[in-house]
Design a protein around this ligand. Structure first.
Ligand code: AKB
Length: 342
């Protein structure tokens, strides 16, 4: 018999680290971890199996369903906003065609199993595109249906994949004879703010100046912040990102009124992050050197998110506000990671 499993793509990424640890410590889930790089040794005992492979490899995905009965997919694999701009077409293939491959797999599995496979998809504030800095500063917290004019390939990919998930959940094979009778995928998506982890350092994102600043300061490394001090976007620490993903996965389907939900914790300017970091690491060597191109991207992302729909539909609330995020999670954990003296 095939083993019932939870499939995590992009398993060796930032969210993957936190999600694998959480699922292994709180559920008896059999985890199949898939990434294009080998899974970190520290995670290997926490998963049933890890596969080094590409979500564009149809043969690999085909073999996955021969071996496993997939109940939930956390599709984390993605090329982030800055990295995607260096090769937009490759990013499109990975971010969109990869997601399409997995949605097809999820629908086929749902039909085989006679029950919907849950497809949990991390979208992003990059799906937003506020036309001017003035409008960004004046805007109220953005709801899911406002300002959806992304200016990066990654943001376009994320927004389109939100719609793909809605299509596969609702309209796929709508002209077929068995339309409406066969099972389909249970797509659920979260639009994340900038994420900050104590365990990993991001690569290729445009919100990375937050985590990069903290990790550099704790190592006594010089850091050049590529956005203006006043630049403000929403952030969240990784434990809350993992909490949001597993909470949405566990929510009763009949409580969900939409496919895509904002979540957020706190919004800070780069200057405010600098001030917190300098207080914790007085020897930090941080200065500001604006990269105008990356600045233009961040200037299109909202300062604040409206997460009222998530709070109403599935009782979302962050565990870590700004103070707890830095003083109970980030600074202690990062200090010990680099053995930085107080
Ligand atoms: C990025 O900066 O590309 C990501 C994101 C905001 O989704 N961290």
């Amino acid at each position: 018999m095939r083993q019932k499993v939870v499939l995590i793509t992009g398993a060796n990424g930032e969210i993957g680290h936190g999600l694998i640890r959480h699922l292994a410590n709180t559920t008896g889930a059999n985890i199949v971890a898939l990434d294009v790089v080998p899974l970190d040794k520290s995670l290997r005992d926490l998963v049933s199996t890890y596969i080094v492979g590409d979500i564009l490899d149809q043969m690999l995905l085909g073999r996955l369903v021969v071996e496993h009965e997939i109940s939930t997919i956390y599709h984390l694999a993605s090329i982030l906003s800055t990295k995607a701009e260096y090769n937009p077409e490759t990013a499109h293939r990975i971010n969109v065609e990869g997601t399409l491959n997995l949605l097809r797999l999820a629908v086929e599995q749902s039909q085989w199993q006679g029950t919907s496979v849950k497809f949990i998809y991390p979208s992003s504030i990059a799906a937003y595109g506020i036309p001017s800095l003035n409008e960004k500063v004046q805007a109220r917290p953005a709801t899911e249906d406002q300002w959806c004019y992304p200016t990066t390939m990654y943001g376009c990919n994320k927004l389109y994949c939100e719609h793909l998930g809605r299509y596969y959940s609702t309209y796929y094979r709508q002209l077929s004879a068995d339309c409406g009778t066969s099972e389909t995928v249970d797509f659920r998506s979260i639009r994340f703010p900038g994420l900050i982890s104590s365990e990993t350092i991001p690569s290729g994102g445009t919100s990375d100046y937050g985590p990069e600043m903290i990790h550099a300061a704790a190592q006594g490394e010089e850091y050049s912040c590529f956005v203006r001090p006043a630049t403000t976007i929403p952030f969240m620490v990784m434990p809350d990102a993992v909490k949001a993903l597993v909470s949405l996965e566990a929510a009763p389907r009949n409580r969900l009124s939409q496919f895509v939900y904002n979540v957020t914790s706190f919004s800070l300017s780069a200057q405010e992050i600098f001030d917190i970091v300098l207080k914790a690491f007085p020897k930090a060597k941080i200065h500001f050197a604006v990269d105008e191109c990356r600045q233009k991207i961040v200037d299109t992302w909202p300062e604040k998110l409206d997460d009222s729909a998530a709070r109403k539909d599935w009782d979302w609330a962050p565990e870590y506000d700004c103070r707890r995020s830095f003083h109970e999670y980030l600074i202690p954990a990062i200090r010990s990671r680099y053995q930085t003296p107080k």
